[in-house]
Write a protein that binds this ligand. Structure first.
Ligand code: ZN
Ligand code: ZN
Length: 260
């Protein structure tokens, strides 16, 4: 095959892809999840328009060394970079670190709500990509999700944390575990409960079904939103007690402290 012929075929393939892309944009116009404006065909994987994307709040200031809770002033970490928040000192979690890069508000809270409650599982990949940078430096063996009880799963049809964990695994080239930890009992929703009530509510809700799979492993445990951390703390506690070597937890976003 001559080089010229190869180039011609290559050109035809590109043209075909271009038209398929145009056609799919025409048939399924991609709109911003927040303001519903057309995003345009340039940003292939974007879920926010340029204006809404600027409203995402990435937590880049001083944060708790363990749970990443933002501190109000630089003073807390200026002399001691490993400074812990009051909650982590009083009630130390069994996870090594929580990575919660964005604030749960504005366009990101809309996207997470649509993903979770409006049955839009296709948002898992773009949401996972959003936090991939913040997870790129961690060392871990496996990705896992906070399990949903089968009762809740029936109502929602999919476990949003599992879809996120799978996408994060793909993005970071890490294997992910399914059904190694299950939820043994349904817990009432955590919304509206105090920090202490949340801890009590979730206590003993998980069980590791295959302890051999996690023995001496470093695990990245995924949930969608970090509120008080009660669910992730209980998940990490269950995994550590079953023999895991280390647990790091990660969520896309963190609930502002004033809202719970
Ligand atoms: Zn928008
Ligand atoms: Zn903390």
């Amino acid at each position: 095959m001559t080089t010229r012929f190869k180039q011609r075929i290559k050109g035809q393939v590109y043209k075909a892809f271009y038209f398929i892309n145009k056609l799919s944009n025409l048939l399924y116009p991609r709109t911003c999840v927040e303001c519903e404006q057309d995003i345009g065909s340039e940003e292939r994987d974007a879920i926010f328009c340029a204006s809404c994307a600027t409203q995402l709040v990435h937590l880049s200031g001083p944060v708790c060394f363990v749970c990443s809770a933002p501190f109000v002033s630089e003073a807390a970490t200026s002399h001691s970079p490993s400074h812990r928040c009051g909650e982590c000192r009083e009630n130390p979690p069994l996870f090594l670190k929580a990575i919660t890069p964005f604030l749960y508000e504005g366009p990101l809270s809309t996207a997470i709500c649509q993903f979770k409650y409006k049955k839009k599982p296709h948002l898992a990949a773009p949401l996972a990509r959003l936090i991939a940078n913040d997870l790129s430096n961690i060392s871990t063996d496996y990705v896992m999700a906070i399990p949903l009880h089968s009762f809740r799963l029936r109502g929602r049809e999919f476990n949003q944390s599992l879809l996120l964990a799978r996408q994060i695994g793909i993005t970071l080239s890490l294997p992910y575990f399914v059904d190694v930890m299950i939820r043994t009992r349904e817990t009432p929703p955590q919304v509206g409960l105090s920090r202490k009530e949340r801890d009590e509510n979730i206590k003993g809700a998980f069980k590791v079904t295959q302890p051999n799979a996690i023995q001496d492993r470093r695990i990245l445990l995924i949930d969608d939103v970090y509120t008080t951390g009660a669910t992730l703390k209980e998940g990490a506690r269950t995994l550590m007690r079953a023999g895991a070597k280390e647990v790091i937890v990660a969520t896309i976003a963190r609930m502002p402290a004033a809202t719970f």
